[in-house]
Design a binder for this molecule. Structure first.
Ligand code: NAD
Length: 342
């Protein structure tokens, strides 16, 4: 069904821009939902700067969902001419600006459409980026008669794959109601957080805490081990005590510890999961936002500094952020006393 000349009904077409680690799964869940006829959306228009990423999706759905039309586009502008709902899932603010306000961006196409088509256009940016950059792009979209919301996600690649993401949405109440049918097939929970930018405020605040709790757990685990308690005993105690958190219950950083049914990245040499460079990017967003809002981030700033060299070095950048435990262990091995208790 996929070809470049197919005619799509714009109001029942979803555009998806950015088919990477998260986006490819999120897109797949939308297509699956359309194929089961549990969605008002009938067709899709996709774009990624990576030709491979687009071809992979076209190939996949040619076999899995041959009756759902998927159009490969040559730019975000082409997506905007085909789809009145546009989702973007790209790495940073610069990419989001490129997609919406750059040359051949969504806005350039909207300017050529009639007023009704513009008013029908709802853009949902799901990337984790600076709140100020997101709001600026959204206001530009409003200037041309379309609407835009920030709708970042939590739940990682597994949540994206299993359609169990938590989606935090900022923008108009009316637009939120319109956004729900397109966001729901990707999520366990979709929350309207308030005005433009509040979805990102929630996401950045959550990830600040995530970085701090992972670092805190890593330090506590290393200390407990070094003072003689067995890793599994300590982990079980923490998980039945006041130190319990998502990192301790689900994503424990110590490879010697078993938690829950699934094996965390620590059991796979920290491969996969939430990569350190993205975890650090989010900590950086929190530090910058806190400076602008005059919020003192005593722990947050220190946490960002600890993750920074890992995010920039080859060894850890593309491995799960729980690797901070291993990096601290390596530091201790080089600087500390003999590891008799380990
Ligand atoms: P990724 O790098 O795997 O994928 C990004 C995709 O965007 C790539 O396919 C890339 O080719 C494409 N892209 C880049 N610039 C583009 C442009 N100008 N136009 C079109 N496509 C473009 O990143 P990801 O892990 O999917 O993360 C995407 C966003 O989601 C980031 O903001 C990240 O912080 C956030 N996020 C990631 C996770 C995670 O666990 N990976 C979890 C929650 C949120």
């Amino acid at each position: 069904m996929s070809n470049s000349r197919m005619l799509l009904e714009r109001t029942s077409t979803v555009g998806f821009i950015g088919l990477g680690a998260m986006g490819n799964h999120m897109f797949n869940n939308l297509v699956t939902s359309a194929a089961k006829s549990c969605s008002q959306f009938k067709s899709f228009a996709i774009f990624d700067v990576s030709e491979n990423a687009m071809n992979r999706e076209i190939q996949r759905h040619k076999t899995e969902h041959p009756l759902v039309p998927i159009l490969k586009c040559s730019s975000p502008a082409e997506v905007a001419t085909k789809a009145s709902y546009i989702i973007s899932m790209v790495p940073t603010s610069t990419h989001v600006q490129d997609v919406y306000t750059g040359e051949n961006g969504v806005m350039s196409a909207l300017k050529e459409l009639d007023q009704e088509a513009r008013a029908q256009t709802l853009c949902l940016d799901q990337s984790t980026i600076e709140q100020s950059a997101s709001k600026a792009v959204a206001l530009k979209m409003r200037e041309v008669g379309a609407d835009m919301m920030d709708a970042p996600v939590s739940g990682g690649v597994v949540g994206a794959r299993d359609a169990t993401l938590a989606i935090m949405v900022g923008g108009d109440e009316g637009s939120f109601e319109r956004a729900l049918p397109v966001l729901s097939p990707m999520a366990r929970k979709v929350t309207h957080c308030g005005d433009l930018g509040t979805g990102l405020a929630a996401k950045i605040s959550n990830n600040l805490l995530l970085g701090i709790t992972m670092l805190g757990l890593s330090e506590a685990t290393l200390l407990g081990r070094s003072l003689g308690v067995k890793p599994q005993v300590l982990a079980d105690i923490i998980n039945n005590s006041t130190g319990r958190c998502w990192s301790s219950e689900t994503n424990h950083p110590d490879p010697a510890v078993k938690v829950g049914a699934a094996s965390p990245p620590a059991h796979r040499n920290y491969e996969g999961g939430f990569v350190t460079k993205l975890a650090h990017k989010d900590l950086g967003l929190a530090v910058k936002a806190a400076e602008g809002a005059h919020v003192p981030l005593e722990l947050g700033k220190r946490c960002e500094e600890v993750f920074k060299p890992l995010a920039r070095g080859e060894e850890w950048a593309n491995r799960d952020f729980s690797g901070v435990f291993q990096a601290l262990s390596d530091l201790r091995a080089h600087a500390g006393p003999p590891q008799a208790a380990l």
